[in-house]
Design a protein around this ligand. Structure first.
Ligand code: NCD
Length: 332
């Protein structure tokens, strides 16, 4: 696998282009709406190659000499560590601003555009997590290097959705024809927003399971229906557990509530227990973007259908594939 070292001017010319099946080079990754079934299939095949490579050799020097900046304005464990691990396993280096922007010039009042324009002096791409919807797009408008959205408030979390979809495909062998239940905080959960959008490119049935105040925003539910997706809404996991192929459970996003008493009302709305899992199909999976705060009992972890640990590992392979494709050309 050779690599074509990009110059920043190449990136300027490429930014904003729709992602073609195998042309991620120089692209920002801001939203799942940039993807097609073809480009998803391509990135999944690269992720599979990355897994084989890691299992066989641990690391490669594909991105030697490249530097990735990870700029996180919100807490993170999996997303930040898996991007760092991905870059290191590809032989590249990382500027990790992941332990709190309070230790960076952000705490001196530096604006997002200025912080981005600083980091692009040192790095070939920037991974950004930020509390505001649209922040990654703003960063991309200023940056001359690719911006990868690692979560913009309640907006999107495209790389998580890619690893989620990859996990479904790896675990169940297909996506078309599946019944997927999204459970929990469908209002504020950005992983839900990105994954439901991605799923709507396939022939799936989606069950939306949430308390009333955490329903999927109406425009997003309507978008799904407009795309011909069969969507059903309910408050109870018990209504869907016996028919679904994927149970995608999420945390109630405490940090997004203006009124914490409302959070208290819904925080323990769902609990997936071994008893409940008795009603689920033998061949199905339970997923969670994590962290969990009580929605899935620890006793469920030993169930072979609990896919959330495998899901996390897939995150590294997907992020390796994205970095290799955005920064260079994995297959030349
Ligand atoms: C999610 C996030 O940050 O949106 N975590 C993650 O990236 N795996 C989900 C969450 O925080 O609940």
């Amino acid at each position: 696998m050779g690599i074509d070292r990009p110059g920043k001017f190449d990136f300027i010319a490429l930014k904003g282009d729709p992602i073609q099946a195998s042309n991620f080079y120089g692209q920002d990754i801001l939203s799942v709406s940039q993807f097609t079934r073809e480009s998803l299939a391509y990135i999944f095949s690269v992720a599979e190659e990355m897994r084989e490579m890691v299992q066989g050799m641990g690391a490669t020097d594909l991105l030697r000499g490249y530097v990735l900046a990870c700029l996180f304005y919100e807490p993170s464990t999996r997303t930040s560590s898996s991007f760092i691990a991905a870059m290191e396993r590809l032989g590249g280096g990382v500027i990790p601003i992941t332990q709190g922007v309070q230790y960076s010039s952000v705490s001196k009042g530096e604006s997002l555009p200025d912080t981005i324009r600083t980091l692009e002096q040192y790095a070939d791409a920037i991974v950004l997590r930020h509390p505001q919807v649209g922040a990654a797009k703003v960063a991309a408008d200023y940056a001359h290097v690719p911006i990868i959205n690692a979560g913009d408030g309640t907006g999107e979390h495209p790389t998580q959705a890619l690893l989620d979809l990859f996990t479904i495909r790896e675990e169940l062998g297909k996506i078309d024809g599946l019944r997927v239940a999204m459970v929990g905080d469908l209002k504020y959960g950005r992983t839900v927003h990105s994954l439901t959008r991605l799923l709507s490119m396939y022939d799936v049935e989606i069950f939306l399971v949430s308390p009333e105040i955490l329903r999927l925003p109406l425009d997003q539910a309507n978008d799904l229906r407009d795309k011909g997706i069969r969507v059903r809404e309910t408050y109870h996991v018990a209504d869907v557990i016996s028919t679904v192929d994927v149970l995608y459970v999420t945390r109630v996003q405490k940090e997004r509530f203006a009124d914490l008493s409302q959070y208290e009302e819904v925080r323990d709305f769902y609990e997936i227990t071994p008893d409940l899992m008795k009603q689920a199909k033998e061949r199905m999976i339970i997923m969670h973007p994590l962290p969990r705060v009580g929605e899935i009992h620890y006793a469920v972890d030993d169930d072979p259908r609990a896919a959330y640990f495998r899901q996390m590992r897939n995150g590294m392979y997907i992020r390796m594939a994205l970095l290799a494709e955005v920064l260079g050309k994995a297959r030349q």
